[in-house]
Design a protein around this ligand. Structure first.
Ligand SMILES: Cc1cc2nc3c(=O)[nH]c(=O)nc-3n(C[C@H](O)[C@H](O)[C@H](O)COP(=O)(O)OP(=O)(O)OC[C@H]3O[C@@H](n4cnc5c(N)ncnc54)[C@H](O)[C@@H]3O)c2cc1C
Length: 452
């Protein structure tokens, strides 16, 4: 046996597996990451955006959502109380490695009033407590994790795990892209969304049971921060859900970035829009996504292909991201450079192509987005302004869900699957917590084996 445990992927879920194993005194652990070390990653390089030490967490907004309902499906395995405790424990580890002290969104009388006003506007407000690391502080926190691990875990970057080796229903190790084979008793796969198609292929070859993934499609909205400050000052990340009037489709806000910036993201040759905010640097604008979750009609069952198709269409028409003033969209005309230059909301992402999003979105998506903006206008006037900017498209692909036990073990003995890549999480805190669960189960088995 070369190692006791191999961890595949150094995103938050893989890192938290390693941290927990180290804390529990488990030795012979190898962590393999296909991307670069943190100090060699460059945000401007699309290859580095999601891969390397810290995974997608490195350039994330760093919002740790202290909610059992948001950011993953761990609630299906653990009762609400113990899950909340686990998330708080996970959060404390981030805080101990440099995440800022402040927690936003504590329950208050004002928040209750806001939730009531939201209901009157046809919106459900899901209040969430959030610790905001801030995109500029994420590398420092991740580097702290690296420091904590460097003497107890072997870390190899720049090496891709090619395959998972199993025999008679039990994991035996991994094969690497350089042709090397590594034998180990346990393997934890934590490949993230960037490794989701690799994970899908592994699941197929190991005959692991999976449930097909979903996709949410929408726009990133940008407006002057003052329009939403009443909400964002109280609850940093408000999740608002609306069922659209015409299609009765679930539409929700996602990833709100007060005083933040709109950014581009590239994955598998497709450019999509996203947003982030700094803990200490502020723009004049707030941005957030409006996402539509559609159930497709039979026999169609490939939501990911649908999402790619829409994103590609936007790239085809705009050469990347398209930006449009809401006023132009409603008037049935494209935005132009001249119109955007006169827009009272100054775009924080200047490289988007002014265009017409109605060429990109199917009618039901576009109408659902417009109806959501109308509902938001009732809660906070100014959202439905003709100067509101819409960037398209924002697409959230979710990984195929691998069937795992409450310890995160797959049907292959001693093979664990965690984080976003296994369809278990959709955010930093639940991804990290899933790593803790896998590590604790493994440590228990290693220790009982040693004693026995
Ligand atoms: C722009 C952006 C902003 C975000 N903001 C937030 C936020 O504010 N709050 C929040 O909760 N979440 C946020 N997220 C989501 C969050 O980053 C992810 O949920 C989290 O990083 C998932 O962790 P993970 O470990 O499962 O996967 P990842 O972080 O994706 O890490 C997986 C790692 O595995 C590696 N890998 C994959 N396959 C292999 C292989 N075969 N061999 C070796 N290595 C492999 C990858 O290179 C990658 O480094 C954001 C994401 C993005 C992109």
């Amino acid at each position: 046996m070369d190692y006791e445990i191999v961890i595949v992927g150094a995103g938050p879920s893989g890192i938290f597996t390693a941290l927990t194993l180290a804390e529990l005194g488990i030795k012979d652990v190898l962590l393999i990451e296909q991307g670069k070390d943190l100090e060699h990653r460059r945000r401007s390089n699309p290859e580095d955006m999601l891969c390397g030490w810290g995974g997608a967490g490195a350039y994330s907004d760093g919002k740790l959502t202290l909610s059992t309902e948001v950011g993953g499906i761990l609630g299906e395995f653990i009762e609400e109380g113990p899950l909340y405790q686990l998330l708080e424990e996970t959060d404390r580890i981030y805080a101990a490695h440099g995440a800022p002290d402040r927690i936003f969104g504590e329950t208050s009388y004002q928040l209750d009033i806001l939730a009531t006003r939201a209901r009157l506007a046809g919106l459900e407000l899901i209040p969430t407590r959030i610790r905001h690391i801030g995109t500029e502080n994420c590398p420092a926190v991740l580097s702290g994790f690296h420091q904590a691990l460097k003497n107890s875990v072997e870390i190899r970057t720049g090496v891709k795990v090619q395959g998972l080796l199993s025999e008679e229903g039990q994991i035996k190790g991994v094969s690497l892209s350089d042709g090397q084979t590594i034998q180990s008793r346990f393997v934890v796969v934590a490949p993230g969304r960037s490794g989701a198609s690799w994970m899908k292929r592994q699941a197929e070859s190991l005959r692991l049971k999976t449930t097909s993934s979903s996709v949410d499609i929408g726009v990133r909205v940008e407006l002057p921060a003052v329009v939403l400050s009443q909400i964002t000052d109280m609850s940093y990340e408000s999740k608002l859900i609306h069922y659209s009037r015409t299609f009765d489709e679930k539409v929700r806000t996602f990833c709100m970035n007060p005083y933040g910036e709109v950014v581009a993201e590239e994955n598998a040759g497709i450019i999509t829009v996203n947003g982030h905010s700094y803990a200490n640097k502020k723009s004049d604008n707030t941005n957030f996504a409006i996402l539509v979750s559609s159930a497709f009609t039979e026999p169609f069952d490939d939501p990911i292909a649908y999402g790619h198709y829409i994103a590609r269409l936007a790239n085809l028409l705009g050469g990347g991201i398209i930006v449009q003033r809401l006023g132009d969209l409603l008037a049935g005309r494209r935005s132009t450079r001249d119109r955007i230059s006169r827009c009272l909301t100054r775009p924080t992402y200047s490289r988007a192509t002014p265009g017409d999003l109605s060429f990109v979105f199917p009618y039901r998506h576009l109408l659902s987005i417009i109806e959501m903006l109308e509902a938001l206008e009732k809660l906070t006037p100014g959202v439905y302004s003709r100067n509101t900017l819409l960037y398209g498209v924002e697409v959230k692909f979710y990984s195929n869900r691998i069937e795992v036990s409450s310890e995160m073990e797959t049907r292959i003995k001693n093979l664990f699957a965690i984080g976003d890549g296994a369809g278990i999480s959709r955010g930093l805190l639940q991804a990290s917590a899933s790593g803790i669960l896998a590590a604790r189960a493994i440590a228990g088995r290693v220790k009982s084996n040693t004693i026995g």
